[in-house]
Ligand binder design. Structure first.
Ligand SMILES: C[S@@+](CC[C@H](N)C(=O)[O-])C[C@H]1O[C@@H](n2cnc3c(N)ncnc32)[C@H](O)[C@@H]1O
Length: 440
């Protein structure tokens, strides 16, 4: 494959192209890489950039300079798959790199066009770009480091460039799980020993240990990636082993009620019990507790549940029975916490929910699973009814999830709808990778 780079600073590429595996890839004729300076596309002593139109300062690379670079390089190396760089581009990921490697190989010529200054005239990307790539949500001074990053990542997918192609296939972000931890000599360093099992010579035990560690690391540190992957049933179960046990409680006591929002009690609704139970089953929540101090409300709940848990509901609808079988009725939050502690041998972290932002250190987002899960304790999601959880309950919670909201001012979700959204954001899979990803 031919690779050409049009840049303002071609001198940056000299050491890069003459070092390590990038150098070897060229020596072994897997790729041939050349650079073109944008200044070679301007008349001598003429500028390659011009000020942006409108208020605001900044210089942009002129469109005719980019056009000249594209024409020159395509005349030399043939039609190219052309990549521009921008912080606003498509995020560079392992699947995107793989796809770029495939498209570039097909075309036989990959052209990289990193910008400098404030970038390029917006029309050139429209005219030429097959892909616009960002290396992250931050702004660099230029696209040369991003171009080198893309090259390093993409070349690993060209067969022969790295020694063992199998190691590329097992790399982090190639599948749902990141790579497992690896160790070398000495066996003991700074008081830390290399795990016995991986020095045992038992290949099966080593494979099991590795896949277990990879799944654990992915759940605890890279959950956003993992949940965006199309998982097989086996991978799903493997990941689930490392998600701490989750429980949910629907508070009908210790909630704010009435026009002056005083702590009080609310009545339960069978539709909440049904729907939250089914959502709990879907997202692997072990038990759904209904907490009410009112004996008559407890009796109503027990009567309703007895049909599904012990009565003819079992045969009537087996799926519904299995969901409602995880529902328990409880007097108070204290009783729920005690029950989970008894079951798990550890007290649960309380994760409160609210329709409003409460602010402060306790408020976390739906991307903060690592913060909660690293504590290695069961998690109890606390849902309120009425006008929300009473201040005493909020105070005793360890974390508070921000509100579920849309791009409107309407803030009146039913608790069962909010519960489904909360579970999905916190524990749900939302496939993006692992299916066919196209850069077209
Ligand atoms: C100073 S930046 C221009 C940033 C632009 N004003 C914006 O906010 O989107 C100049 C050039 O650096 C490159 N660049 C900067 N940050 C980048 C990133 N995160 N990913 C890819 N390219 C980047 C791009 O080629 C960009 O046109």
């Amino acid at each position: 494959m031919k690779i050409s780079i049009a840049t303002v600073f071609d001198e940056l590429y000299t050491p890069f192209l003459q070092t390590s595996l990038v150098k070897r890839a060229q020596e072994r004729d897997f790729v041939s890489i050349s650079t073109l300076n944008f200044f070679d596309c301007a008349e001598p002593k003429k500028r390659i950039d011009a000020p942006t139109f409108g208020p605001g300062s900044g210089m942009l690379i002129k469109p005719e300079v980019v056009a000249c670079a594209v024409d020159t390089l395509e005349k030399k190396n043939g039609p190219a798959f052309k990549i521009f760089f921008s912080p606003q581009g498509k995020k560079l990921t392992q699947p995107l790199l793989k796809e770029i490697a495939r498209k570039a190989t097909e075309k036989g010529h990959l052209m990289l066009l990193p910008a400098r200054y404030e970038g390029m005239d917006a029309r050139v990307e429209k005219e030429y770009a097959d892909e616009i790539v960002s290396v992250g949500d931050f702004v660099l001074m230029g696209g040369d480091i991003p171009a080198m990053m893309l090259l390093e990542g993409m070349l690993r997918f060209i067969p022969g460039v790295v020694g063992k192609q199998e190691s590329v296939d097992a790399d982090s972000f190639t599948g749902p799980f990141v790579d497992y931890p690896e160790f070398t000599e000495p066996v003991e360093w700074h008081g830390m020993k290399v795990p016995e099992v991986i020095r045992s010579g038992n290949h099966k035990a080593i494979d099991d240990w590795r896949s277990n560690e990879a799944a654990k690391k992915s759940v605890l540190s890279h959950f956003s990636w993992l949940k965006s992957y199309a998982l097989t049933q086996e991978q799903k179960h493997k990941a689930a082993e490392h998600i701490p046990p989750h429980y949910v409680v629907l508070m009908h006591g210790d909630v704010l009620v009435g026009p002056d929002n005083r702590p009080g009690t609310t009545s339960l609704m069978s539709i909440d019990i049904h729907d939250i139970a089914r959502s709990s089953s879907t997202y692997g929540i072990k038990n759904f507790f209904i907490s009410t101090p009112l004996k008559d409300q407890q009796a109503v709940a027990q009567h309703f549940l007895s049909f599904w848990q012990k009565g003819s509901g079992i045969e009537y609808n087996k799926q519904r029975h299995s969901a409602l079988n995880r529902v328990c009725v409880s007097n108070s939050l204290d009783e729920v916490v005690a029950e989970i502690t008894k079951k798990e041998g550890k007290s649960p972290l309380l994760l409160a929910t609210s329709a409003r932002h409460v602010g402060g250190d306790k408020e976390i987002s739906y991307y903060d699973q690592d913060r909660v899960w690293s504590e290695q304790r069961p998690v109890l999601i606390v849902l309120g009814t009425g006008s929300g959880l009473a201040p005493d309950v909020v105070d005793r919670c360890d974390y508070m999830l921000g509100p579920i909201q849309g791009f409107t001012d309407f803030n009146h979700l039913s608790v069962r709808s909010a519960a489904a959204a909360i579970f999905d954001r916190w524990l749900g899979i939302n496939e993006r990778y692992g299916k066919t990803l196209s850069v077209d």
